[in-house]
Ligand binder design. Structure first.
Ligand code: CMC
Length: 376
């Protein structure tokens, strides 16, 4: 039997059509529904982008107000979920906490079994509203602090800071966070997004799809990289020590987190915008160590390996400078990517065919089952 054409990691394989976003590696650009992400970062906010991804068009003022009102009205966690969160081990990783919380939300949602497009959209909005509350509550509980209830008078990003820290920071910090949320929102058929489509393709529900997506995002080759970047930067004693530290890493052929990308080979379209806002954060906080160290790593990686940084590279230090605990970085990615995941769940559901590829068998030839007494 001839070996078929197998693309390990599905490299270069078009698995379906999509109208949600477009990556153009040749020009280092990314559009959501036709709009360049960097323009969305400067001209709109995360709530508008969530609406855009789900509806295909930017909202007008009335549509945005209705969307925001719906999101604000659905933020509160049930007493049962709060009780469950209190039972989690204090050292549980927040990604495991949010994965479990979303799964629990599925059991609580009265429309779980209804996979009509209208019901999936209502459930997605509830997830967008509740996931940040669950992330913030799990983070506080793990530190022995009481959760802070969402504040329906605050916009999405402000409310997240309120729930994590009990206060809302200055507007430059909110803007940098909002930009990171826009940049993390959507990125075609990455591993977690494809996971949500795969789960949806069996006509399963959106909570199952998002729970699986969170599991996929957790890995350090994917969303987990933003945490790994900050752990790596923390290991480097100073910007002056960064080059020697990196060269030693080369000697061990170790991965350098926050670098490389499956699709972009000459730069990640999202990096310049995120880097700009990470630098603004460094200025606001008055701590340039992380960005100076980052600059050395980026220069040497490019000179020696011709590998560019990806979005997680500037996002990691930006979140650190905003004051978030490092294990919260990937859950923040979840708070954003729920928008892209849900857009793909809707798209897959609208024109579904079960996703079921083939495997090329390379195990033993067919053989007889030996009786127990003869097995070695
Ligand atoms: N550090 C050191 N070498 C690297 C790195 C890196 N970060 N990335 C790629 N390479 C090397 C790789 O070893 C390979 O070398 P060789 O040809 O000698 O075997 C070459 O570059 C080509 O890379 P690849 O393994 O074919 O790339 P891939 O498309 O299979 O993997 C990746 C892409 C993102 C998994 C990989 O670049 C990586 O592991 N990066 C580090 C983790 C990371 O930052 N992930 C975030 C991804 S982007 C945003 C997100 O999802 O959150």
């Amino acid at each position: 039997e001839a070996t078929p054409d197998i693309r390990k990691g599905l490299v270069g394989v078009y698995a379906d059509e999509s109208a949600v976003s477009k990556v153009m590696p040749e020009t280092n650009s990314l559009t959501y529904r036709g709009y360049a992400v960097q323009d969305l970062c400067e001209e709109s906010n995360f709530e508008e982008v969530a609406y855009l991804l789900w509806h295909g068009e930017l909202p007008n003022a009335a549509q945005l107000a209705a969307f925001q009102a719906e999101e604000r009205a659905n933020r509160a966690l049930s007493p049962a979920l709060l009780r469950v969160l209190r039972e989690f081990p204090a050292d549980a990783h927040p990604m495991d906490a949010i994965r479990t919380a979303v799964s629990f939300m599925g059991m609580e949602d009265a429309e779980t079994a209804d996979i009509s497009d209208a019901a999936q959209r209502r459930k997605a909005l509830r997830l967008l509203a509740k996931i940040p509350a669950a992330v913030a509550a799990a983070n506080r509980l793990s530190k022995g602090l009481e959760p802070i209830a969402p504040d329906a008078s605050l916009p999405f990003c402000e409310n997240f800071f309120h729930m994590v820290f009990g206060k809302v920071p200055q507007k430059e910090v909110i803007k940098s966070f909002d930009v990171s949320m826009i940049l993390y929102a959507e990125h075609t058929f990455n591993a977690s997004t494809y996971t949500t489509r795969l789960v949806t393709s069996s006509m399963s529900d959106i909570h199952s799809a998002i729970t699986a997506g969170i599991g996929s995002l957790k890995g350090p080759l994917h969303g987990g990289a933003n945490e790994a970047v900050m752990h790596m930067l923390s290991e480097i004693p100073s910007p002056e020590a960064a080059e020697a530290w990196l060269r030693e890493r080369f000697d061990h052929k170790a991965l350098v987190m926050g670098f490389g990308h499956r699709v972009y080979k000459s730069g990640d379209s999202r990096v310049p915008t995120m880097k700009k806002y990470a630098e603004i954060m460094a200025e606001v906080v008055g701590d340039t160590r992380w960005m100076n160290t980052s600059a050395v790593l980026a220069r040497v990686m490019l000179e020696e390996k011709k590998i560019h940084p990806n979005l997680d590279f500037p996002a990691g230090p930006a979140y650190f400078l905003m004051g978030f605990d490092i294990p919260l970085f990937t859950p923040i990615f979840v708070c954003s990517r729920i928008t892209g995941w849900a857009a793909h769940v809707f798209e897959q559901g609208a024109d579904n065919r079960l996703i079921r590829p083939l495997s090329f068998y390379v195990g033993p030839e067919q053989r007889a089952v030996p009786p127990m007494s003869t097995r070695g």
